[in-house]
Design a protein around this ligand. Structure first.
Ligand SMILES: [Ca+2]
Length: 400
């Protein structure tokens, strides 16, 4: 009942927004696709051709023999935790690959599986490791939803073991979906004790506008899983209190910029319209009411690239590069790149180095191209840039 009421009130709000737009003289009916293309230049940049900085770097294998690595996170110099989508967590150095046994069971189906890995900002003191994955309901593993846990990796006679597990986010059983699409779900932290993660729309695009379901959202929780008192929907009956923003199609990169505290996010558009967003409390990022993309079949998905009360992306990529993995460069090997975003991409097999200024997009360059689909990218403790490709991790260092 609550959900119905909320949906009803949201659609009333939406209708009111449309009317308001019509009153202001905006066309109530759609511009053609060609006219939308012209609009891209007026609102946000559609980045197609970018300069390359590849001649400034060396790319070498760091770890090979991996199978679909999804997340990479360094825990010491030359030592990283790596997730494989099929459900394995590894502690890896260039010489030794150790499996962490006893991690929670994930379901490797479609885009689901074992997804991101991150460590606590106070990892050296508390040892907490965070995982996101596609979790199955009890009903024969048919229905799935993104789940977030933390645990500790301890040494035992049998090797590395996952222990002291705590569930930080788990959806209500009724919100699990029989779909293998769009799980999100990078994990990142700010310096006020919050943990951010995304859940994609799970292939049910209208649900991204409904705050009574967890999909199509960026969530913010405390590191122990409790809900921040100032989250935007904590007082809205029926809403998931962990929701921080909504209307997010499939967040595949989320990172808090260490210099500015800005929460940057990359998300997949449909065909066209991959987005770079600045995530803020309570904001509607528009999916699927507004998009710079079209349906995969080539038909119009939505006539709108902008509507009142829906945030524009900071930048967007049309055609889609299939953004995946996002970090901020914080090392010393490339001093002039400090503070820039590192954005990976699957379809375009690229890593983009993005210059930002506060909440604004400035420019981007190609750092890596055509080495394989890029699933994740991170700054290592040594200042090199590490990139997860389909079977290996490569290390990027300066040429001179
Ligand atoms: Ca959007």
């Amino acid at each position: 009942m609550t959900r119905l009421l909320l949906l009803a009130s949201l659609s009333v709000l939406f209708a009111a927004c449309q009317e308001a737009a019509a009153e202001k003289g905006s066309p109530p009916e759609e511009p053609a696709i060609q006219e939308q293309a012209a609009d891209w230049d007026k609102t946000v940049s559609a980045v197609v051709e970018v300069p390359s900085v590849q001649d400034q770097v060396i790319v070498e294998d760091w770890s090979t023999g991996l199978k679909e690595p999804w997340g990479i996170h360094f825990i010491a110099d030359n030592k990283a935790l790596i997730t494989e989508k099929r459900g394995k967590l590894w502690q890896i150095t260039p010489e030794v690959k150790l499996e962490v046994k006893g991690i929670p069971e994930s379901v490797d189906r479609g885009q689901g599986g074992l997804l991101d890995v991150a460590t606590d900002p106070d990892y050296a003191e508390n040892g907490w490791v965070y995982l996101s994955f596609s979790h199955a309901d009890a009903d024969q593993r048919k229905k799935l939803m993104t789940k977030i846990v933390r645990g500790k990796i301890n040494s035992s006679a049998a090797g590395l073991v996952w222990e002291e597990e705590e569930t930080l986010f788990q959806a209500n059983p009724g919100d699990y979906l029989d779909s293998g699409h769009h799980f999100g779900s990078r994990i990142t932290f700010d310096n006020q004790g919050h943990l951010y993660f995304g859940i994609g729309d799970r292939g049910k695009m209208e649900m991204a506008q409904d705050v009574t379901v967890p999909n199509g959202k960026i969530h913010r929780i405390m590191r122990d899983g409790s809900i921040p008192k100032d989250n935007p929907f904590v007082n809205l009956d029926g809403a998931y209190p962990s929701i921080y923003s909504f209307g997010n199609r499939n967040p595949q990169g989320t990172i808090v910029h260490p210099d500015t505290g800005v929460v940057w996010e990359t998300e997949h558009g449909p065909r066209g319209g991959d987005e770079l967003n600045v995530i803020k409390a309570g904001v509607n990022y528009g999916w699927p009411k507004i998009s710079y993309g079209i349906n995969y079949s080539g038909t119009v998905l939505t006539p709108h690239t902008a509507l009142p009360d829906m945030a524009q992306p900071t930048s967007q990529w049309t055609p889609s590069i299939a953004v995946c993995g996002l970090d901020v460069y914080t090392g010393n090997l490339f001093p002039e790149w400090r503070g820039r975003l590192l954005a990976g991409a699957l379809a375009y097999q690229t890593v983009r180095l993005i210059k930002v200024d506060g909440e604004n997009y400035v420019s981007e360059a190609t750092l890596l191209q055509d080495k394989g689909r890029v699933r994740d990218v991170t700054t290592g403790p040594d200042g090199a840039i590490y990139v997860a490709l389909p079977t290996r991790i490569v290390r990027i260092t300066p040429k001179t």
